[in-house]
Design a protein around this ligand. Structure first.
Ligand code: BYC
Ligand code: FE
Ligand code: FE
Length: 474
């Protein structure tokens, strides 16, 4: 299971034993590097960044830290160790041996899932490409680039599966991964949230908190897949994902803390006055939460989904922590409560569990999101400020599913279009908010400095001090 770094493409899949596959990936590699130089981080390609690189896929001790320039980062193919005699945990093929090849009848469905997953990875790098220019500290700059190179590696993980298991169609899909671009009107990325802008660092922290967390839930569901190479790819990706969400949670927490400090220091009752002292006020933070939570909730798809039912019964995509759930793992007679919206009224109904798997995963996700809000609220309470950040109601600002097209307040009351238009600036980041947050975005490139709109992190990376020179400029 060790990783061979002497090869052009580091891997733990014995790539050199499969010449055809090796050639396919080696011919994709320069196109990937071209894409990285063109649409990866703007500037900084010559800077030396203190990055971690995977050296082993075993749990614990897999990371190596060193200053490297990003184009020299060793993107490779790493699968989690195989589970001996792994059996399929759910669906019609439950208890069969996990598949090492793709069954012919599921080829196109599985390809579509892998393409959708893979497409998000380079999309996020594209969305974040300008942020380096306004980093609040070298510590944060390094974290941004760590996230970016790992998202690049996640693309490699999916491109490997496409090339190795889907023949000519897979190779064509690998090419298209570099042809669609975030926000491109003609060739956009596949899922909505990945065509939005990430214009400032508060957006970046929100994105890594909320949108990377969709990644956690989707990857965990795909890690249950009967198709073992996909399962093993996703299991290793999940180990990297934890850091991305850490960047988001601590990042937002540091902005919250700074807002609270300013309020206490200057005895402010009106939260908005935090702006007079160069902080980001809690009401603006709430509007950013409303936006990023709602577009990320859309990534789970419609409440009722025949796609999701098919993915499940055929064994392609399971539930979150499938093997830990105590039921028949076929959902033959099970039901699950889902929201409904008819005639302008909201209710709940029990639906056949199989048909509402997207909603179930969204519920799991929502609970996980709330945990970070609880921690942020604890910071606020510690400063004796009477404000609570909330997750917006599931119906708020949705573009996918039953609530799409209707309007709701953040606490889930239906409102008419006129009210929505009149109050939108209270509920979602307004142009004024974006301009204000944007006005705070100035690069801080000295090791011992930190922008004034957030507090320093409580510790540095890999035991290094916060003031460490995480990025060295050429
Ligand atoms: N935007 O039955 P439905 C990550 C489409 S994030 C646009 O409701 P289904 C990362 C859908 O494709 C994790 N289109 O949903 C994070 C379908 O189209 P087709 C990404 C959407 O199929 C941060 C139609 O609407 N991974 O890794 O059950 C940084 C009806 O769909 C959207 C995955 O998503 C949307 N929001 O579920 C970096 C896992 N939602 O097929 C990386 C793989 C739905 O009729 N993907 N549609 O043309 C899936 O499991 C499923 O495709 C989805 C949708 C859960 C996304
Ligand atoms: Fe990823
Ligand atoms: Fe991520």
């Amino acid at each position: 299971m060790s990783i061979d770094y002497n090869e052009r493409i580091p891997n733990n899949v014995n790539l050199s034993d499969n010449r055809r596959l090796q050639r396919a990936l080696e011919s994709w590699q320069p196109r990937y590097i071209d894409w990285w130089r063109e649409l990866g981080p703007d500037g900084y390609q010559e800077a030396e960044v203190y990055l971690r690189t995977a050296i082993s896929v075993e749990s614990g001790g897999w990371a190596h830290f060193d200053h490297v320039t990003m184009p020299d980062y060793r993107w490779g193919i790493f699968l989690a160790p195989p589970e001996k005699n792994r059996r399929i945990a759910f669906g019609d093929h439950r208890n069969d041996e996990a598949w090492q090849e793709v069954p012919g009848e599921y080829r196109s469905t599985l390809r579509r899932l892998i393409v959708t997953q893979g497409d998000t990875e380079p999309a996020s790098v594209e969305q974040q490409r300008l942020l380096g220019k306004t980093c609040p500290s070298l510590y944060d700059l390094r974290n941004l680039f760590q996230v970016n190179v790992e998202e690049g590696r996640h693309l490699w993980a999916m491109v490997y599966l496409l090339d190795a298991y889907f023949g000519r169609d897979g190779r064509a899909e690998a090419e298209e991964m570099l042809e669609r671009h975030s926000g491109d009107p003609d060739k956009p990325r596949i899922l909505g949230a990945f065509n939005e802008k990430t214009p400032d660092w508060l957006s970046f922290f929100m994105f890594t908190y909320f949108t990377d967390r969709d990644g956690k839930y989707q990857l965990a569901s795909l890690a249950e897949s009967a198709f073992d190479p996909l399962s093993r790819s996703c299991r290793f990706m999940l180990t990297e994902e934890a850091h991305h969400m850490f960047v988001g949670e601590t990042g937002v927490g540091r902005v919250v803390k700074r807002a609270c400090e300013i309020m206490r220091e200057h005895g402010l009752d009106d939260p908005e006055r935090v702006r007079d002292y160069g902080g980001i006020d809690l009401l603006t933070i709430q509007r950013y939460i409303n936006f990023h939570y709602s577009v990320s909730a859309d990534l789970f798809g419609s409440e009722q989904s025949t796609n999701a039912a098919t993915f499940y019964t055929t064994g392609l995509k399971g539930r979150f922590q499938e093997t830990k759930i105590d039921d028949d793992h076929c959902l033959a007679d099970a039901s699950y409560s889902v929201p409904t919206w008819d005639d302008g009224k909201r209710h709940h109904m029990n639906a056949p569990a199989l048909t509402v798997l997207n909603e179930r995963l969204r519920d799991d996700y929502r609970q996980d999101c709330q945990r970070g809000l609880d921690r942020w609220n604890k910071i606020i309470a510690e400063h004796e400020i009477d404000i609570t950040l909330i997750l917006p109601d599931t119906a708020f600002h949705r573009a996918i599913g039953i609530f799409a097209g209707a309007h709701f307040s953040p606490v889930g009351e239906p409102v008419d279009k006129a009210t929505w238009q009149a109050r939108q600036n209270e509920w979602l980041p307004s142009e004024v908010d974006h301009a204000y947050v944007g006005s705070l975005m100035h690069p801080v490139n000295e090791p011992n400095q930190m922008a004034g709109w957030l507090v320093p992190p409580s510790r540095g990376i890999n035991g290094m001090p916060v003031e460490y020179e995480y990025v060295r400029f050429a």
